[in-house]
Design a binder for this molecule. Structure first.
Ligand code: KG4
Ligand code: ZN
Length: 379
């Protein structure tokens, strides 16, 4: 079964063709990151305008890449939320028009669920051995195995989710303020590292090397819960910078900041070391995410943990979690880096599993900017 996936929830325009919910035949992403970079974040009105100009060329390129004709498609899956209303509208309207014109089933997909289903995708390298002997089989060798725990960490969400079977989600914990990706983006802006913040901070942190880091930033543990909080961390970085600036301007009480003096020891000219702050920030985020995920995985007795969402691209997090879970015989599964951030292949994959359950959407489907995962109590 071949599904065309369309994704336009934020500043990426994606179209992809995925076979049987797993095998990627084409995946095209047009990113606006360079346009929004100068503003330090996504400007919604600008994003929707660019969605509009990108959507047709991206769709055409995906069909061409896959060598697929319209007649070869079995359904169209499209993100209908969460995301920016204006951006979502572009993809959803295109999907409706195409489904209507071609007489194809339409499937509205929850973007967060799609980040989770990115873990079912396979790259070309592992396609060959992919298919099960029994073509009708629900599970393929190499698929994630239920029950699962997923850590969903994107630009707007940070959630620990228990998944006993396809389509059932129980919320264990979530952020009480900033999302993990949002924290990366805000701290990156504070450090002058640009947008998107995640990759920029990861790169800067690598420059700090493995030596001792003079900075240690606070962790919000919110004990006995699986909740997260990242806004205090952002404030700690801000105070560090303000302290250094006050120092540079001739001191004052603020300039006597303990952090700023430590920073002065590291960097030449008395300024702070951006790579070391980036590393300390990343370490604090990774520490909390990994510790809570390990605890939840052990409590629930899952054998596999899924990483999902843009922050799942972070290699320091992947390494730390893999190492933390391994002694307990729990495996970490992550999508290939390119499929962690927004893409349409994950939308097509999710559409496939819904179609198999006999679902399809009506043409009255509307965008849902604040859509959540459909949480239920499963235990
Ligand atoms: O899932 P995504 O592409 O879009 C949303 O659905 O929000 O996630 C984007 C977020 C941004 O906040 C970005 O800074 C973060 O994911 N991100 C990363 C990395 N790559 C992207 N965060 C940490 N490390 C990365 N390598
Ligand atoms: Zn996303």
């Amino acid at each position: 079964m071949r599904i065309l996936g369309i994704e336009s929830s934020c500043d990426e325009t994606g179209a992809a063709i995925v076979e049987d919910g797993r095998i990627i035949r084409a995946n095209v992403v047009a990113s606006q990151a360079s346009i929004h970079e100068r503003y330090g974040g996504v400007v919604p009105e600008v994003a929707s305008r660019h969605q509009l100009s990108a959507i047709i060329p991206v769709l055409e390129t995906a069909l061409e890449q896959a060598g697929t004709r319209w007649d070869d498609l079995d359904a169209i899956a499209v993100t209908y939320g969460p995301g920016l209303a204006g951006s979502l509208l572009v993809g959803l309207t295109a999907a409706k028009a195409l489904a209507l014109a071609r007489g194809l089933p339409l499937l509205g997909v929850n973007h967060l669920e799609a980040h989770i289903y990115a873990n079912w995708l396979r790259t070309e390298a592992d396609n060959a051995a992919a298919r099960p002997a029994d073509e009708s089989s629900e599970d393929w060798p190499g698929d994630p195995r239920f029950p699962l725990l997923a850590l969903v960490i994107s630009g707007a969400h940070s959630e620990l989710v228990y998944i006993p079977q396809h389509g059932r989600y129980e919320l264990l914990g979530q952020t009480r303020d900033d999302a993990a990706g949002e924290a990366f983006d805000k701290v990156s802006r504070l450090l002058g590292l640009g947008y998107p913040g995640g990759p920029a901070i990861e790169r800067a942190a690598r420059e700090a090397g493995d030596g001792k880091n003079p900075y240690r930033l606070p962790r919000a543990w919110i004990r006995d819960t699986y909740d997260f909080s990242f806004s205090g961390l952002k404030t700690a970085v801000l105070q560090l910078i303000e302290g250094a600036q006050a120092d540079a301007n001739g001191g004052g009480e603020r300039g006597a900041s303990r952090y700023a003096r430590k920073g002065a020891e590291v960097a030449e000219g008395g300024s702070l070391s951006v790579p070391h702050i980036a590393a300390a920030f990343q370490e604090a985020v990774v520490d909390v995410l990994a510790t809570k995920t390990l605890r939840a995985a052990r409590e629930l007795g899952v054998r596999q943990v899924l990483l999902a969402g843009g922050v799942a691209a972070n290699l320091a997090l992947r390494e730390r979690l893999t190492a933390a879970l391994a002694p307990h015989d729990i495996a970490l599964r992550c999508p290939p880096v390119a499929f962690c951030t927004d893409n349409a292949a994950m939308i097509a994959a999710t559409g496939y599993f819904h179609l198999r359950l006999g679902e399809r959407s009506g043409f009255d489907l509307d965008v849902r900017p604040n859509l959540q995962l459909p949480f239920v109590v499963t235990r």
